[in-house]
Ligand binder design. Structure first.
Ligand code: CA
Length: 368
């Protein structure tokens, strides 16, 4: 698949999902399929139609809800731009123009600067730790409280896992190499590299490749090996740096119009919540499996120079990140509440990780 077909979302992928969803059906299933759905909902998404993993996950989510509800609920999905532009999803669901949407909280930082805490922050928690905070550490309650003001109910529904630092046409050996660097990196990561003297540039997904190829930008981040491979960045960039310090496990969200959700019978509310949780597991698992496969492909077939930032570079970025996050957390009372909960949970779970996974990984890297 080349970049153009990837961006448009390929027929091959659509065909793939149809093939996967085909099952032999008995009479009851066929009869149930004929049943008229009592609830027909519209789902808008911030992803292009059938976008790999994220858009595909939305299609699966709709399928699961339909099956679990015994066809009582039907969800029609609209990719970004099909019904409304990507960045209007929050307002559209808030106003009830669509009942639900798939996106990420950090897209809405214009509404509240603390929203990125519900997606990812530079040098923040990883996917596993974010799930722990959201499901079992009070994070989801804070998220629900923050979104209730907008007539929305949020659920974690997907995670990209650890991303990559990005593609660079310039070596980054020390922190001073960021000086004058023009890099496509949205959000808080952009604020951080600006402190290091770089210029964060905003480019939409469809412009990045051309901008990098023409030298309008010197570097770009995107997601991880799978999506980056589909974008073809390895054809025009010299170095592929790790780790994705700015997106350490980005949580994707399902947002539902609160009034529509509250008016549902209890079993349908539970079905939506359960399908979102299944989406969450499916999405992270798929990212991990695909990234593993495509990193090998990039290194072995495309001979990509994969590098990791030096300790000096990471320490410098970490310091600038801490300043950025501190500034954000002090903006207002609501921010402080979210900031404190996130930071306290992260400190605790990092302490536990030191005695659990960190020791284990240190050990397996020796035996490799
Ligand atoms: Ca990214």
């Amino acid at each position: 698949m080349n970049r153009e077909t990837f961006l448009k979302s390929s027929a091959a992928l659509a065909l793939g999902s149809v093939a996967i969803s085909c099952r032999s059906e008995n009479t009851t299933v066929t009869e149930n399929k004929k049943k008229k759905a009592a609830f027909k909902w519209k789902m808008v998404t911030t992803w292009p139609p059938n976008f790999p993993v994220l858009g595909e996950g939305c299609a699966l989510f709709a399928q699961w809800v339909n099956e679990m509800s015994n066809r009582e609920m039907e969800i029609k999905i609209y990719g970004s731009g099909e019904l409304i532009p990507a960045l209007e999803c929050f307002d559209a669901v808030s106003a009830g123009a669509a009942e639900l949407a798939s996106g990420a909280a950090y897209y809405w930082s214009g509404k509240n600067e603390a929203f990125p805490f519900f997606t990812t922050i530079p040098f923040g928690m990883n996917a596993q730790q974010m799930n722990a905070w959201l499901y079992a550490g009070g994070g989801h309650e804070l998220w629900k409280e923050a979104y209730a003001k907008y007539n929305l109910v949020p659920f974690p529904a997907g995670n990209t896992g650890m991303q990559m630092a990005g593609w660079f046409n310039k070596e980054i050996n020390t922190l001073s190499d960021f000086a004058g660097l023009k890099m496509r990196i949205p959000g808080l990561g952009g604020n951080v590299i600006a402190k290091a003297g770089a210029t964060p540039v905003l480019s939409s997904g469809s412009e990045i490749y051309t901008n990098l190829e023409r030298g309008v930008i010197d570097a770009t981040e995107w997601i991880g090996p799978y999506h980056d491979y589909l974008m073809g960045f390895h054809k025009i960039a010299k170095y592929y740096y790790a780790p994705g310090w700015h997106e350490t496990g980005s949580v994707l969200e399902l947002i539902i119009n609160k009034k529509a959700f509250d008016n549902l019978p209890l079993h349908l509310q539970t079905i939506l919540e359960s399908a979102a949780a299944r989406f969450n597991v499916w999405c992270l698992s798929t990212f991990e499996a695909k990234n593993n496969e495509y990193l090998i492909k990039l290194v072995e077939e495309e001979k990509v120079d994969v590098r990791s930032f030096s300790t000096e570079v990471l320490d410098g970025l970490r310091n600038f990140s801490a300043q950025t996050i501190e500034e954000l957390g002090n903006k207002n009372v609501e921010n402080q509440k979210i900031f404190r909960s996130y930071m306290e949970f992260m400190e605790g779970i990092r302490n536990w990780s030191t005695f659990s996974e960190k020791l284990y990984y240190k050990d397996i890297s020796k035996t490799k």
